[in-house]
Design a protein around this ligand. Sequence first.
Ligand code: ACO
Length: 310
Amino acid sequence: MACELVGFGMYVPPRVLTNEDLEKFLNTSDEWITTRTGIKERRIAEEWEKASDLGFYAAKEALEKAKMHPRDIDVVIVATSTPDMIFPSTACFLADKLKCNKPMAFDISAACSGFIYALTLAKTFIASGQAENVLVVGAEVFSKIVDWNDRTTAVLFGDGAGAVVLSRTNNDKGILSAVMHSDGSHWGSLYCPVGEKIKMRGRETFKLAVKNMADASMKALEKANLSLDDIKLVIPHQANIRIIKAIAERLELPEEKVFSNIHRYGNTSAASIPIAMYEAKEEGRFHSGDYLLLTAFGGGLTWGALTIKI
Ligand code: ACO
């Protein structure tokens, strides 16, 4: 049984934090941030705003676009590293806010790879017959775990949420292949202890991100019996424009085939791919019947890639 992506939504908080704003309290510059990362600004949630609040607006829009009532959702999966609480899961809060009808609801913790891990699981639930409709949300409030005195990480992250509704279908659309990996031996490259702030070894993470996303992308294509020529658009995790360009170079992809909106939102971790997918769709960068390649990399380490027929 195949699963089609039938609705997309996104939400970012209205508060914008520009590179110039950061210059006021950090020893950094717009020039450094722009050339090293591609980021110009990011969104910051209000103090009271939680991942489930951001996820709520994104999910509501995805359900509306899918013309689906929340009670028709069988499974709610939230990919997040910044949950509302340790427990209950953010997915439980979200399902309640949406007024779903007692769905299976749980969070996935796979850092920036969380959303593609969650999509893979959604497919499994649908393919096995366990679920007909699955809501997958990436929702993050990294502003709450960033050390605002640490210029090496504070400039990178932003808040936001993206959502996709997947439904059982009889056509040939949906997730065609998935390649997911982890390597806990490199956990020290990027981590956040409970109750503390993010710590990262940027340069090390950079190299591993490029190699692993490029390798996983090629494996996912092979598994789906597709070539890069078949792919309309590559949507990579938005961590750093230099990482995105390096992947494009390794895969010998023209720039216009790779989507990026990192200048607007920074790295929104598990929310970055669904936000990028949403904006790419709105901009008409892909249409029904096109093939997409998604790839992500994050703390864990975790990484992966998947191919989708839209
Ligand atoms: N402003 C000004 N100078 C800075 C800043 C800043 N914000 N941050 C660091 N610097 C300085 C450093 O102190 C260093 O100075 P030094 O040479 O005097 O020691 C210099 O700039 C160069 O620092 P590097 O860390 O070598 O810079 P690099 O070019 O590697 O860029 C960056 C750093 C942007 C973090 C990059 O390494 C990167 O993007 N890494 C990958 C991040 C990533 O992909 N994370 C994974 C996903 S996130 C997740 O899973 C949650």
